[in-house]
Design a protein around this ligand. Structure first.
Ligand code: B12
Ligand code: SF4
Ligand code: SF4
Length: 382
């Protein structure tokens, strides 16, 4: 049963919620109906049928609930969509040419936004619940909720051709969160699509990850490959990865609407100095404890030491810096096959072929392990 609020109450309640949201640091606020986007089922099905989700199987497993807020929670009537500005204080693409450094995407240069936003959402939802008696549930990122189209329906912005929500006030730099409620609240107008003839994001993508405007094949997206994907980075994408060791911001950073963006006001979302352009030589030498310490409270910790080293070694292989080769060689005997494979590729990119072959022979002579042998053989015959 929807929670009934008197005719006069919603406007005052919404005004109070907006003021509280702003005080909590939400720069964007909008309301939509839980039934606002019946088109999402077909669109999600299309994306899944094309296989664009790669090995993010949770996307297919939760498709029914993801496509429809009412299937996720049949008590939901209205959805409050919220945005937190995480605008960078410098050009996020500037480090791409510093080949001995790593580029970490803007969203991961400090604390994990999930924790920060969830707390704020709970506080706002608590206010709504106290004032209206309505039921509330809060979501940020990890639940089966299609946050971008719902935010578009709530008027926060529109899904750009790169598929991310673009805001007239914050450009592409907006984290999203949602409050589902049993209250019937007055809905805002959906935002109109405002990309026009621009196609900057499509053209800059280093891996041609957009099959068409407004559609993304995650299997080709570096943010998928270097964060979500657990196995070796497919050969096809290793050179294109450059020094992007966590995520990718190219399509976001070139959006002309960023000219209205401002720097994140939440201090925990502003870049930590040591994560702006970290030296690959330092990162590749981190042991597990060092990795955990450096990335405590950061989303990067979530991918684990092995996947992180995989990314750093690919970046080293792309650096053209022969001085880094010994550090990559030091990872050839790593316990983790994912790391060993990336190290072989990296070394082969940096040292002359005869040196790589000598290393391989030497390694095989020392290591009787059949797995290690076949890894080298596989890498050397590519
Ligand atoms: C899975 C996921 C990813 C995947 C897939 C991305 C994607 N585009 O779906 C990967 C790992 C690649 C990824 C990357 C990033 N992500 Co992400 N991701 C998500 C997550 C968890 C789910 C998104 C989802 O439902 N995807 C499924 C697809 C099908 O949905 P969709 O993109 O809306 O799909 C549309 C199109 O496919 C289209 N469509 C389908 N068929 C057809 C056919 C036609 C003809 C047309 C016209 C359209 C069309 O319609 C769909 C609905 O609108 C959300 C959080 C959430 N719960 O929503 C965060 C989220 C989208 N990610 C976010 C961020 C910040 C990023 C990165 C910027 C991180 C980084 N710097 O590395 C990159 C951006 C890459 C990019 N260009 O999208 C933010 C985006 C904030 C915003 N302003 O929009 C979110 C909302 C998290 C959050 N709470 O803030 N992400
Ligand atoms: S995040 Fe990078 S790889 Fe992914 S679509 Fe955007 S530009 Fe392409
Ligand atoms: S770069 Fe251009 S096409 Fe891409 S989202 Fe921004 S305005 Fe739209």
């Amino acid at each position: 049963m929807p929670t009934l609020i008197s005719e006069a109450a919603p406007a005052a309640l919404v005004t109070e919620l907006k003021a509280r949201a702003a005080a909590l640091g939400f720069g964007a606020f909008g309301i939509t109906s839980a039934a606002a986007r019946p088109d999402l089922r077909d669109k999600l099905q299309h994306a899944l049928a094309e296989g664009w989700h790669g090995d993010m199987e949770w996307m297919a497993e939760t498709a029914e609930r993801r496509a429809s807020p009412s299937a996720l929670w049949d008590g939901a009537r209205s959805i409050i969509m919220l945005g937190v500005n995480y605008g960078p204080d410098s050009d996020p693409l500037a480090t791409l040419t510093r080949r001995d450094r790593g580029t970490i995407s803007v969203y991961a240069r400090n604390r994990d936004y999930h924790e920060i936003i969830k707390g704020k959402l709970k506080e706002l939802a608590g206010l709504l619940s106290r004032r209206s008696g309505a039921e509330v549930k809060v979501f940020v990122d990890t639940a089966p909720v299609m946050e971008k189209p719902l935010a578009e329906a709530a008027g926060l912005g529109w899904q750009g051709k790169h598929t991310v929500l673009v805001s007239r006030d914050y450009g592409s730099w907006l984290f999203l969160g949602a409050i589902f409620t049993s209250a019937d609240l007055p809905a805002d107008e959906p935002h109109e699509e405002s990309c026009g003839t621009c196609r900057r994001c499509l053209d800059i993508c280093p891996t041609a990850a957009f099959p068409a405007p407004f559609q993304l094949d995650a299997r080709r997206c570096l943010a998928y490959l270097n964060i979500e994907h657990k196995g070796p980075i497919p050969l096809e994408f290793r050179a294109a990865m450059g020094n992007r060791i966590y995520g990718c911001d190219d399509c976001l950073a070139v959006c002309p609407w960023n000219k209205f963006a401002s720097v994140a006001s939440e201090a925990r979302l502003q870049a930590r100095d040591e994560l702006n352009a970290p030296a690959l030589s330092d990162l590749v030498q981190l042991d597990d404890a060092g990795f955990r310490a450096l990335f405590a409270g950061s989303p990067i910790k979530r991918i684990g030491h092995g996947r992180f080293l995989r990314n750093v070694l690919i970046a080293i292989g792309n650096s053209g810096d022969v001085g880094l080769a010994p550090l990559a060689e030091a990872r050839l005997g790593d316990d983790d096959p994912l790391v060993r494979g990336a190290a072989i590729w990296s070394v082969r990119r940096l040292v002359p072929r005869d040196r790589a072959n000598a290393l391989a022979l030497d390694f095989m002579a020392r290591e009787g392990d059949i797995t290690v042998r076949s890894e080298w053989t596989a890498e050397l015959t590519q």
